[in-house]
Design a protein around this ligand. Sequence first.
Ligand code: ADP
Ligand code: ZN
Length: 518
Amino acid sequence: MLLKETQDQLLPTLKTYFGYDSFRAQQQQIVESVLLKKDNLVIMPTGGGKSICFQLPALLFEGLTLVISPLIALMKDQVDGLKANGIEADFFNSSQDSIEQEAIFEQIIQQKLKLLYVAPESLSLLQNILTEEHLSCVAIDEAHCISSWGHDFRPSYQQLGFLKQTLPNTPIIALTATADKATRADILEQLNIPKATQFIASFDRKNIELEVRPANDRMAQIIKFIRKQPNESGIIYCLSRKGTEQTAAKLKQNGINAAAYHAGLNFDERSKVQENFIYDQTKVVCATIAFGMGIDKSNVRWVIHYNMPKNIEGYYQEIGRCGRDGLKANALLFHSYADVIQLRKFMSGATNEEVQAAKLDRMKQFSEATACRRKILLSYFGELLAENCGNCDVCKNPPQFFNGTIIAQKALSVITRLKEKEAIGTVIDVLRGAHNATVLDKGYDKLKSHGVGSEISWRDWQQYLIQLMNQGYCEIAFHKNNALQLTEFSKKVLFQGEQVNLTKPTEFKEPIAAIKKS
Ligand code: ADP
Ligand code: ZN
């Protein structure tokens, strides 16, 4: 139990230094746990109020709280904010000269400083003060960076395990906005704080309506979507710089007030786009993932993913940038098979390729799911919803299954005839009995199964094949030109009459051009 004396100081300190009248959910418990010198792991969405959890205890502890953060670019702002509130804070990094660094040491030794922000790379320079005499607490921000299971692994975080060994009695508080179950366990293990108390805030953002659509004629869909609420702000995430620019240009051609944002712009250009967005001068920003990290805009009404994100953590973090005011908001994801292939290619050769690929698979499964999307999303973060959410496309429009065994048999037999060498586009062309160059050149028009599926449209075949892949009846060989191949399960359908359940494809007018090319 916390001393009554300390307990009584909590609210007045919150008010005096931060200007808030009350704690938000869980903040008080976390603050108390830190003050009791326990180790803690805090998982709270962006904007949830993690900073108070270590900044307030820092003020009540005798010595210094060290804050480890990877975001050097944001450190100065954070420190300036604290100073403006009358808090003795500073940051320490390699950009400072030895005189400045000496001055910081001096302040620490005289116990004047309450918070010191430091990047993990600079920790070695601080060895002299990494003692229990000087430090009362260590906060590790963006703690998921320590885990190669996480989506933003940083090697410089890996050394942080030494902190607990050097400072066994100093409480550690690790904080992050995104960490699935595996990542959480890894954080505790690597930081040597196996007994840390875990505070996991709910990740459910009920006000955000979730929707996934096939990526047919995305631009037309996006324009229609925006025109339904033309005065609202939104973000469109694209995979590439070029994508952001093309999308913004198309929107402008259609009279929509849009701008592109990506790492290729210079600092001034980027600041300008951000500022215009924050002050509602620009309604729509087409951005790569770099956009939105530090911005605090509560009335972003929607987020569109023009391209598939590479994992669920990233997707969740990005959609979390809309609806912060708690009012109704929309997250629309375009599911494109071509994107999945592209992302998979980016990953090849990465050190943790397997993990990344598995995460991409989960993302794909989420996109193609026929169950409540929020349930899937939350269960990914270890939170189980008892009821379907009622605020996602699947809940609003539950799929109806039908016996699709014949369809499956046709598809799998064509894949067999094509010797498992052709990608999805050609498989569909052969199913539909096309007479295009590829089909004729390779003599596929002579195959017995050429045209067995001509009664089904190109687009519907595409969706059926994805469903078949989801259910494991066929798979893509990424390393063999994305050829569609059979699996163990295929045999059951082809030779043992196993029943396959499919859902009716969603209706769209245009064929999926992007897929045809691949
Ligand atoms: P996080 O680090 O989790 O993204 P922050 O600590 O930056 O979140 O807080 C997000 C916002 O919430 C900030 O604008 C902060 O001022 C505000 N906030 C935090 N705690 C409280 C509180 N107890 N009462 C009111 N506002 C708060
Ligand atoms: Zn739902």
